[in-house]
Design a protein around this ligand. Structure first.
Ligand code: AP5
Length: 219
C-alpha cells in the first residue's frame, strides 16, 4: 500500500497517518517530522530548514527531495508507505513519479483531506504537542491534556508549535494555495485523487479515511 495524504496545514494528515500506519503496518514518511527532528538535533539540514519553517515557507525542493529519496530506499518501505506532507509542489510530485518508476513501484492513490478554512484555523490554533515525546493534543477540538500544559503520556511540557502562531498560519495557508493546491489537478488528471470529507468527530473521520484507503489499495 502506497499512499499520499494531501491537505492544507492542520487538515489532519499527521493524525490520520498515525492511525493508518498501525492498521496497514507500513511506515509514515512525514517530511515535517523529519525536518523538525533535524532542527531539534541542530544538524546542517536542520540549520538550513529552520528559517523557512519558522516563516511558514517551504524548504527548497532540492533539500526535501533528497531526504525523501533516501528514506524511500530504506528496507521498511518495501511493503509500502504513507507520505504525509510530501509532495508539496509540482516539482516534488514529478520527482516522486520518477523515483517510483526507477524503483518499479507505483503510488496507489492520493487521499485529499477536505475541511473548511474555519475548521483548519480551529485545529491549528488549538494544537499542542509534547516537547519530550511528541504526543499531540488539541485544546479546541476536545483533545486536551488532563492537566493543562502537562503531557498525559510522559509528564513532559506541552507546547504550541512555533509555526502555529496566527501570522505564520496565514502564511502557511497562502503558501499551500500557491504551491501545493496545483497538485489537486496534477493528481486528478492522472486519476489518482480521492477527496475525503474530514469534518466531524475524530473516530468517524478516521473510519472514513481508512475505508477509502482500503478501496484505493484494492484497485
Ligand atoms: P508539516 O509538519 O507537514 O506541516 P503542515 O502540512 O502545515 O501540516 P500540519 O502538521 O500543520 O497539519 P496536519 O495536516 O498534519 O494536521 P494534524 O494531524 O496535526 O510541515 C511543517 C513545515 O515543514 C512546512 O511549513 C515547511 O516549512 C516544511 N516542509 C514539510 N514538508 C515539506 C515539503 N514537502 N517541502 C517543503 N517544505 C516542507 O491535525 C491538526 C490538529 O487537528 C491536531 O491537533 C489534531 O489532533 C486535530 N484534529 C485533526 N482531525 C481532527 C478531528 N476530526 N477532530 C478533532 N480534532 C482533529
Amino acid at each position: 500500500m502506497r499512499f499520499i495524504l494531501l491537505g492544507e496545514p492542520g487538515a489532519g494528515k499527521g493524525t490520520y497517518s498515525a492511525v493508518l500506519i498501525q492498521k496497514f503496518n507500513i511506515p509514515q514518511i512525514s517530511t515535517g517530522d523529519i525536518l523538525r527532528a533535524s532542527v531539534k538535533a541542530g544538524t546542517p539540514l536542520g540549520l538550513e530548514a529552520q528559517g523557512y519553517m519558522k516563516r511558514g515557507e517551504l524548504v527548497p525542493d532540492s533539500v526535501v527531495i533528497g531526504l525523501v529519496k533516501e528514506r524511500l530506499k530504506q528496507a521498511d518501505c518495501r511493503t509500502g508507505f504513507i507520505l504525509d506532507g510530501f509532495p508539496r509542489t509540482v516539482a516534488q510530485a514529478e520527482t516522486l513519479a520518477a523515483i517510483m518508476q526507477e524503483m518499479g513501484l507505483q503510488v496507489d492513490g492520493v487521499l485529499k483531506i477536505e475541511v473548511s478554512r474555519g475548521t483548519l484555523m480551529q485545529r491549528l490554533t488549538g494544537r499542542r504537542v509534547c516537547k519530550a515525546c511528541g504526543a499531540g493534543y488539541n485544546v479546541n477540538t476536545g483533545l486536551p491534556t488532563k492537566v493543562p500544559g502537562v503531557c498525559d503520556k510522559c509528564g513532559g511540557e506541552v507546547i504550541q508549535r512555533a509555526d502555529d502562531q496566527p501570522a505564520t498560519i496565514e502564511n502557511r495557508l497562502n503558501v499551500y494555495t500557491r504551491d501545493t493546491a496545483p497538485l489537486i489537478e496534477f493528481y486528478e488528471k492522472r486519476g489518482m485523487l480521492r477527496r475525503i470529507p474530514c469534518e466531524g468527530p475524530l473516530d468517524e473521520v478516521l473510519s472514513r479515511v481508512e475505508k477509502v484507503a482500503r478501496e484505493v489499495s484494492k484497485k
